[in-house]
Design a protein around this ligand. Sequence first.
Ligand SMILES: Cc1ncc(COP(=O)(O)O)c(C=O)c1O
Length: 458
Amino acid sequence: MKFDIIQKTPLYNNFSEIGKKIYLPDGIFFWAGRAKKEGEIVGTLGAAYGFEKDFIDGGDSDWLPCYLKEITDYSQFSIEEMIPYKSIGGLLQTREIWKDWIIKKSLYEEKDEVLLSRLKKFITTPIITGGVTNGIFQACVMFLDPSDSIIVPNKRWGNYDNIIKKFIGAKIRSFEFFKQKEMNIEGLKTAIKDIAKIQDKVVILLNFPNNPTGYVPEKEEASNLVEMLKEVQEFIKKPIIVLVDDAYEPYIYKENVLNKSLFYDLHQLDGNVIPIKLDGITKELLIYGGRIGFITIGLKPSWIENDEELQKLKEEIHNKLEGFIRATISNCNSYYQVLVHKLFQEKGMDQIIKSREPVNNLLKHRYENINSELLKINNPIISIDPNSGGFFVFVNLNPDKIKATEFADHLLNKYKVGIIPVEKLDENINGVRIAYCSIDLSKIPELVKRINLALNDF
Ligand SMILES: Cc1ncc(COP(=O)(O)O)c(C=O)c1O
C-alpha cells in the first residue's frame, strides 16, 4: 500500500520510526483475496479444511475448517470460567497441563528415565501468548536489539520479516535452506560462524514442518544438525539461542523423518545451545481463532547450583516474559485457556490425539497425492522442495523462464487456480506455495493438471 494520504496528515510525521516502518504486507492477503474471487481451485489458505464427514464421525458434507469433535461439548462455560481476567502469564492449570503435553510430545518412554527427568525438571512452565505469532514476537524482542542479526533460512514464513526487520529493526542473516534436496547444514554453520565474529550471541529461528516448503529433516539429518550445533557452539564459545517454531509439530507424513520437535534434542545438550519452544493450539488442536500459544525455555543444569536456584530461575524467567505480555496484550483470551485445560483434563491427551487422527490422515493422503501428481510433470522449469509434513508444498520455478508472480497471475487468470507466489530473487527464491491443507483430495489431480498446462504456456 502507498501511504499518500496519511503522509499529508500530521499523523505520519509524528509517527515513531516503527510507526513509519510498519505496514501490513499485501502478498498473501492480495493473492488469497484474488483467489477467493477468481479461483475455482484455491490453494492459498494455510488452515486445514475438509468435508466434515471426512474428519468427524457422523459429520455432513459441509466444507469446514477441520476441528476436534470434543470442542463442541464446550459451547457453554460458567461465568467464572469465561469472564474474569486470567493471570498475566496465563491460567496456571493450562500452563501446567501444556507442560505435560510438551513432555508427552517428547515421545520419551519410561525407560528413557534420564532424558525424561531432565526434560521435566529443566524446562520452564509455558507462558501463554497470543498465538504462536505473539510467542515468536516475544522471543525475538527478548533476544534481538535493532543492531543484531538473526539467522533464518531463506525459505521461511513471511511474517518473520515483519517482526524482525520491520518491527524490531534487526537484520536477517539468511542462508540457503537446501543443498541437493537436503537441509544445508553447512550453510547454517557458515552463517553461525559469520555472526559469531560480530556478535556475542547467535540467534537462530527454525521451523519444522516448514512453512512454505513442508520440509522436515530426516532423522539422520536432524541428528547431524544437532551435532553441528553442539560442535560449532563449542568452537565459537558463545551461546546459540535456537527459537524453535513448532506451529505444525504433529503433522508428519513420512516414516524416517524427525517425528517431534527439534527442541528435545537441543535441550538434552549440555553446552549453551539454548532452545526456546514456540507452539500453540492454532494448528496442533485446530483452533486457529483461539489465539493461544506457549513459550517454553529449555534450561541447562550447568546454570544453577541447586534446586532452590532452579526454582528461582524459573520464577525470574516467568516474570520477564510476563513483563512482555503485560506491556503488549496484557493477558490472553480466558475462554480458550479454559477450553485447552478442559480438553486435556476431561477428555485426556490420548483421546485428543485420536480425534485428530482423521485430520492427519486426510492431510497425509493429500500430501501423498500432490507429491505424486507433481512428480508426473516433466518440465525442467520446476523443481519441488523436499517435504514430508505440515500444510504446504513448494514448487520452485526457474527465474530465467518465469517469474513466480507472473506465473501465479497467469494460473489464476487463465486456469482459475489460486496459489501464493514467493518471489525474492535477492534470496534466490522464485516459486509458488500450494496450501494442500485446504484443497480436497479429489481436486488435487485437476489442480496439478492446470499447473502443468500453465507451465507449458511459457
Ligand atoms: C511457521 C508459522 N509459525 C507461526 C504461525 C502462526 O501461528 P498463530 O496463528 O498461532 O499465530 C504460522 C501461521 O501461519 C506459521 O505458518
